[in-house]
Design a protein around this ligand. Sequence first.
Ligand SMILES: CC(C)(COP(=O)(O)OP(=O)(O)OC[C@H]1O[C@@H](n2cnc3c(N)ncnc32)[C@H](O)[C@@H]1OP(=O)(O)O)[C@@H](O)C(=O)NCCC(=O)NCCS
Length: 347
Amino acid sequence: MSDTASLGFGLGLATTNSNGEIIEVFYPQPEISPARSLTDAVMNVCGLETGSNHCVELDSEVHQQLVQALRECDQAATADLLERLVAGPQLVIICLLGRDSPPASVAEAYLKLHLLSHRLAKPNSLNLEGLFAVLVNIAWTNRGAIDLIDLPGRQLEARLQGLSLEIMSVDKFPRMTSYVVPAGVRIAHTARVRLGAYLGEGTTIMHEGFVNFNAGTEGPAMIEGRISAGVMVGANSDLGGGCSTMGTLSGGGKELISVGRNCLIGANAGIGFPLADGCIIEAGLYVTAGTKVRLLDANGELQKTVKAKELGGRKNLLYRRNSLSGAVECMPLKTTNALNQDLHSHN
Ligand SMILES: CC(C)(COP(=O)(O)OP(=O)(O)OC[C@H]1O[C@@H](n2cnc3c(N)ncnc32)[C@H](O)[C@@H]1OP(=O)(O)O)[C@@H](O)C(=O)NCCC(=O)NCCS
């Protein structure tokens, strides 16, 4: 029998709204494939079934039993964390993902987003179906997460006390850095990386860069453009200022795209098809999946005309719009793209 059976586990601090509903959860140490001894202890103490997903709000009686059970099965680190969490004023919860079904609660959704941003799960490896319907639209403020139903009251309350209540964003997703800053990254503007982004070591996100949830970089990477949900960027690739990777959440895009290793997408360029390793897209050129591309050989002779999506597996190509004819063409690259190592090796 394997030592692990569950997908994920987290002890979390939850924020509730005025109806007592959980609206967001912070998991300081989420776990992927938790040890069987840990999940057995949790399931025994909380009376849970195997193979299902659970979110349990801990009262003081259960937490004491759980601390003891965790210590008895050599899960001291989790027991210590639990003791720290219950010492505070916030609601403490346990979330156990027995299987990878669509997230059915805020607690489950936040645990999956944490697993991604802690680099414990890769983009597109977790079931996030129906995520938007589960998440709550929240005012993210300097005084924490506030459900919009409570916002007018909280704004008045703050003013009456002579305090300011600053709203940084109104969104279903918070910024990643309020939950975790993975090692070896630089993020010039933290609001531009959502919780659920996966940033590999050596990734730099400049002010123009944006990374959605369930998307990210293998690292190292220079990101000055947009990484849409579902898009993964290979190591040593460079997304130039204002460039775009086409998403599938809105606007009808259906091809799930990716960027290979050692690629350069030029400033204000974009792709709507999976780009193979070592390719360059000329600045300002947007190549969609259906764009007809003239494939040239090394001597500039036309081989054939194909749709860009048929070139998804072809490495080391330069895509450009011929400035004389207006046609999009691609040709073998003589040199490979290289990141400026000074910008990444000191993150
Ligand atoms: C496409 C790109 C990579 C080409 O750069 P390059 O390989 O250095 O090529 P060059 O500009 O030296 O051009 C080589 C030749 O192709 C020609 N050429 C370049 N782009 C062309 C185009 N779109 N149409 C027709 N001819 C073109 C040049 O005139 C030159 O001709 P020559 O041999 O007669 O002198 C570059 O223009 C580009 O877009 N880089 C992206 C940089 C970027 O955006 N970085 C991110 C910063 S935030």
